[in-house]
Design a protein around this ligand. Structure first.
Ligand code: PA5
Length: 434
């Protein structure tokens, strides 16, 4: 079970105030699971965790096997909720340098269509040169500009390389079961497709094929991921303050009411950076509306202690932190002795890197709490495929509860739609003229 330690918030909050929220939190949780709140037609994610693989999951595993066998590289096209989840999980489990040394049998994973940078595009096409590759096109609406542009270009690259029939074997579309340009295109072209259920929004879709196909191609056990999510579904259903989801959702709302309008979500693991990005979208798009919301930001420690540390310690007192911790890995690095000791490090001789990391963590928490920054500690335990599934579901649940406490619809994103519409208009897309 993920443990939420709130002992470092009491300088800023009082326990009776938290306990007084019990009914409010219970209502928010019930509203979510009973489907009686705003946006309740987007609650399909609550039931995505399964113990036994569904037909769709078995098909995903088969497609992944084929891609792993015939591809040196796999390009995942998508943006926002159609991209962040798989990248977050792959980098968390395999590290930010996961592509080094990979090839056929265990393909490299690249991401495209998550921006409009020509430099990034040029780099990607260089990386794909002379490689056998396959692509997954992920878009629920099928009309988002960034992935649509990447799709057209990569699809043509595949067709030039393998011919239309050969390319068909290497293109996988993940989209709405009936609607949208991508669904239509996939049907017409005969590509294999997987479904984003209509009642699952982008940022809650990581446990559908959106996350599962890229994860399976990366060699991650997606049944374990789904089982971890199923564990979470059971464990965090508890309707009491012993539920860590309640603690996190309630404390962050109470801090917000006390003027803490920015949350820094962080870890001491470099591989966590994209997971922070996934969390940022989940909470940012779900809560930032109606003039409300905690601004979600992320940081990587200890690196960012040397850039953001000063601001956290002594800047505007409007933030709190959530630090995610994992158990140390089995393989240790022990600091050796140097007879010259010119760097003065011999006092650490025989100590492991984890020992130093632990002290850095404790020192950071103490300093930030002293500086008036409340720190929530989320202890996730051992990091493995199953844990990632648990974390995804746990944080989605926290987000749903938290947004209902805040009094917003967690499942729409009218602001994002506005940007998309403006861009279509500026680009002169037919049907979007002023
Ligand atoms: O969470 C969301 O709904 C958004 O971030 C979408 O996932 C993102 O805009 C991409 O949309 P689509 O999957 O329709 O291309």
């Amino acid at each position: 079970m993920i443990k939420v330690d709130i002992s470092n918030v009491w300088g800023q909050l009082a326990l009776p105030d938290l306990l007084a929220m019990e009914e409010e939190v219970a209502d928010a949780h019930n509203t979510l699971t009973d489907g009686t709140g705003a946006g309740s037609d987007f609650l399909g994610w609550l039931n995505l965790p399964v113990r036994e693989p569904s037909e769709e999951v078995i098909r995903i595993q088969k497609a992944a096997q084929k891609i792993r066998k015939n591809s040196d590289a796999f390009v995942v096209i998508g943006i926002g909720g159609s991209y962040l989840g798989p990248r977050a999980a792959i980098e968390l489990l395999q590290g930010p340098n996961h592509n080094i040394g990979k090839g056929k049998g265990n393909p490299q994973i690249f991401f495209a269509g998550n921006g409009l940078s020509t430099r990034h595009w040029n780099e990607l096409t260089r990386l794909l040169e002379d490689k056998d590759f396959s692509i997954a096109i992920i878009s629920k609406s099928g009309t988002t500009t960034e992935p649509a542009i990447a799709t057209r270009a990569l699809r043509w690259m595949l067709e030039r390389k393998y011919g239309t029939d050969g390319a068909k074997e290497r293109i996988f579309a993940i989209t709405d079961p009936c609607k949208g340009a991508l669904r239509q295109m996939a049907t017409e072209e005969g590509w294999e497709t997987f479904v984003i259920p209509p009642n699952v929004g982008g940022r809650f879709s990581v446990l559908t094929a959106v996350g599962l196909l890229p994860l399976a191609v990366a060699g991650i056990d997606i049944v374990q991921v789904l089982n971890g999510a199923a564990d979470a579904k059971e464990m965090y259903d508890l309707r009491a303050f012993e539920n860590p989801a309640w603690q996190y959702a309630a404390v962050r709302n109470l801090l917000y009411r006390n003027g803490k309008s920015l949350e820094l979500f962080e870890s001491f693991e470099p591989g966590f950076k994209m997971f922070g990005g996934w969390w940022q979208q989940l909470f940012g798009e779900s809560e930032g509306k109606d003039g409300k919301g905690i601004f979600p930001a992320t940081a990587e420690f200890t690196a960012d202690l040397h850039s953001l540390g000063q601001m956290i310690q002594q800047g505007q007192r409007n933030m709190f932190e959530t630090m995610v911790r994992f158990d140390a890995p089995e393989q240790k690095y022990t600091i050796g002795s140097d007879w010259k000791n010119l760097d003065g490090l011999n006092y650490l001789e025989g100590k492991t890197l984890d020992f130093v990391d632990e002290k850095a963590f404790l020192g950071t928490v103490a300093a930030h709490v002293d500086g008036g920054v409340p720190v929530i500690i989320m202890d996730a335990g051992e990091l493995n495929d199953r844990k990632v599934g648990e974390l995804f579901y746990f944080l989605e649940l926290c987000c749903g509860i938290s947004a209902y406490i805040l009094g917003v619809n967690p499942f729409n994103q009218p602001g994002v739609e506005l940007y998309k519409r403006n861009m279509f208009q500026l680009l002169g897309k037919p049907g979007y003229e002023k």
